[in-house]
Design a protein around this ligand. Structure first.
Ligand SMILES: C[S@@+](CC[C@H](N)C(=O)[O-])C[C@H]1O[C@@H](n2cnc3c(N)ncnc32)[C@H](O)[C@@H]1O
Length: 358
């Protein structure tokens, strides 16, 4: 629309939008400040110390007071910390302390911000790709995307995978307890694979991902978690991982990232036992765009623009389902591959969990 003398501008609406944008610019910059607070140990020190002055926080963290003071004021303006004008001290409230420092909490946030910041850092490459229609592979991203992804998803898996999602699948937990063969496809740094291996010592797990660097990290993580006896990680595309006779194949937040999800689905079908199960975890989404026009959908559409869609377009076929594909679209892919049973087994505000059976 071009603005000419015939267009009525509502000045109140214009100023409301401008002030909303001020908040959004602050939020955009805050992604860098949260990652800074996380990596410099500022949140951790605030959580441990109680109310502190900037120079006390700087001394505790080995950082420069002038930077810390400015960072604290930005955090206070955004309600991440509270400020006591009478004493000049800053405090991290207990809820913020949990969300920003407790990696075992389902509400743990630093990975979310690290993933967002990493996506923004890599965005000039995505802008180039958007001109040409080229893709941009998962393996081409920097450390903040790869580590941020691991740290973003892990709290949700810790909170739900063993206690809610696997029990929601028909007969799967019993098989895992007795001893099952499991492939975790598109496993990234292996959080989900390691978590399952810790919970089900009688089962054997193979984590696969097409990105060699992620597979190497996953191997290190398995070593650190001392589950190397029951977990193996291999570099392989989802349409070509080795082995068959799997009781369970899992895909966590990766089917929509694949260029050829149908090819991958056919491979899963061929690798499963006749009574096996394919568990597909996808970002929460409604089937229609208008159902996703909310804060969660906004974050996911943004990640989808910067990460998921380019990742799929970088591979053969380039179907580009997008992170907000929704149940109906996923069901199309799964049933086209020959699966006869498909259902939504569980959900959270952030995830959909599907069960597909041959
Ligand atoms: C959003 S990450 C999720 C990683 C991991 N499942 C997790 O939940 O932390 C998507 C993963 O899919 C992998 N991936 C993308 N396309 C793939 C393909 N065609 N075959 C195997 N892995 C693929 C990427 O390398 C990346 O590790």
């Amino acid at each position: 629309m071009s603005i000419d003398q015939h267009t009525e501008i509502d000045q109140d609406k214009l100023m409301q939008f401008v002030f909303r944008a001020v908040g959004e610019v602050g939020a955009t910059l805050n992604a860098a400040l949260v990652v800074m607070g996380d990596k410099l140990g500022l949140y951790q020190a605030l959580a441990e110390a109680g109310p502190v002055t900037p120079d006390q926080l700087a001394a505790r963290t080995g950082t420069a007071e002038r930077y810390v003071r400015e960072w604290l004021n930005a955090q206070a303006a955004g309600d991440f910390v509270t400020y006591e004008p009478e004493t000049g001290r800053y405090l991290l409230p207990p809820e913020q302390a949990m969300a920003l420092t407790d990696a075992s909490s389902p509400a743990y946030l630093p990975g979310f911000f690290q993933l967002a910041l990493g996506s923004v850092i890599d965005s000039p490459r995505i802008m180039e790709a958007a001109r040409s229609g080229a893709g941009f592979g998962w393996h081409e991203h920097g450390t903040d995307v790869l580590d941020g992804c691991e740290r973003f998803f892990r709290p949700g898996y810790n909170a739900n995978l063993i206690s809610q999602w696997l029990p929601a699948l028909d007969g799967v937990t019993g098989k895992l307890e007795r001893g099952a063969l499991v492939a975790d496809v598109g496993c990234g740094h292996g959080s989900s694979t390691i978590l399952m291996a810790q919970a089900f010592p009688a089962s054997a797990f193979v984590g696969t991902d097409y990105h060699d660097g992620s597979v190497k990290t996953a191997r290190r993580r398995a070593g650190d978690a001392a589950v190397g006896d029951r977990v193996r990680f291999e570099t392989a595309a989802a349409s070509a991982y080795a082995g068959d006779g799997y009781d369970l194949v899992t895909m966590f937040d990766c089917l929509h990232d694949m260029g050829d999800p149908l090819g991958a689905a056919r491979h899963v079908r061929g690798s499963l036992k006749p009574d096996g199960t394919w568990m597909i975890v996808e970002p929460y989404a409604e089937d229609r765009v208008e159902g996703n026009l909310n804060p969660v959908g906004r974050a996911y559409y943004a990640f989808s623009t910067l990460l998921c869609t380019p990742a799929s377009l970088s591979q053969e076929v380039g179907l580009a389902l997008g992170a907000q594909a929704g149940e109906a679209r996923i069901k199309d892919v799964v049933t086209a591959a020959g699966f006869t049973r498909f259902r939504r087994a569980a959900q959270t505000p952030f995830n959909l969990v599907f069960e597909a059976r041959p």
